[in-house]
Design a protein around this ligand. Structure first.
Ligand code: NDP
Length: 243
């Protein structure tokens, strides 16, 4: 691969789960991939080693998505090492479940900070360093459409905010041909659902949860040539959960 063909991606929240699957998939497709993590330096370093074994470059950067300076620093470091960005995936997110009577102010603020404010700030930090024609992908959730169970109101509105956010960002960035799209996964086999996989599989029309690789496949689709005319869209991939 020549220097001109070399592609660069940054995944916010890439050390495990859906984010790690996206990092692996992008590396397989020829990207040098930087990713942030907050709590899992072990997983982050293991992923870097795995990608480097496959011949691509990888960079793990500790950056809390609630910290605007840390996000700007992560982008600056990525661009310093790899150059301007072709693709940005904003995956970092948290889930806290509580019915309205029990939601604490602390968990309300935390979910807003990471799932909404952090998504916007990640994109705002990256945009000045993206190539024209680049791709931005957020990982929202099918809960933006329907949860079907109590206790998820804050998570639900945080993900609905992401679906709304991509529409405005798509218009802002259209003059640079940068597309912005949102993936809305359903229940997926990650730490986020530890202990709940059987229950979630049982409630799913397809009687299983997603493999993170299936969500990474959608990331690949949205970074690929077939979606250059798609922007501002939210794509749900949930085994029929929201039907
Ligand atoms: P995991 O809990 O397995 O992983 C969460 C990821 O987010 C990790 O990479 C974690 O980093 C990162 N993260 C969390 N908080 C922060 C923070 N403050 N700053 C930076 N990074 C942070 O979750 P999933 O892989 O399941 O979820 C990934 C995304 O997909 C989330 O946005 C989630 O809401 C969404 N989603 C998940 C579904 C599911 O069923 N699993 C369904 C629908 C949407 P670290 O490893 O360092 O802790």
């Amino acid at each position: 691969m020549t220097i001109e063909e070399c592609k660069t991606a940054l995944v916010f929240g890439g050390a495990r789960g859906i984010g790690a699957a996206a990092v692996e998939r992008l590396a397989k497709e020829g990207y040098d991939v930087a990713f942030t993590y907050v709590s899992r330096p072990d997983s982050a370093q293991a992923l870097v080693a795995e990608i480097e074994k496959s011949g691509r470059r990888a960079l793990a950067i500790q950056a809390d998505s609630a910290d605007a300076n840390a996000l700007r620093g992560a982008v600056a470091k990525t661009v310093d090492v790899f150059g301007p960005l072709d693709a940005v995936v904003v995956n970092a997110g948290i889930l806290r479940l509580n019915t309205v009577d029990a939601v604490s102010l602390e968990e309300l603020d935390l979910m807003i900070d990471i799932n909404i404010r952090g998504v916007f700030l990640s994109i705002q930090s990256a945009v000045p360093h993206m190539k024209d024609g680049g791709r931005i992908i957020t990982i929202g959730s099918n809960t933006a459409e329907r949860t079907g169970m109590p206790g998820a109101s804050v998570y639900q509105f945080s993900k609905a905010a992401v679906a709304a956010m991509v529409k405005g960002l798509a218009l802002d960035l259209a003059p640079r041909r940068i597309t912005v799209n949102n993936i809305q996964p359903g229940p997926t086999d990650t730490d986020m659902n530890a202990g709940a996989i059987e229950m979630l599989s049982d409630r799913s029309p397809l009687k299983r949860v997603a493999d993170p690789k299936e969500i990474a496949g959608m990331v690949s689709y949205l970074t690929g040539p077939d979606t250059s005319f798609m922007t501002g869209s939210s794509l749900t991939i949930d085994g029929g959960w929201t039907l």
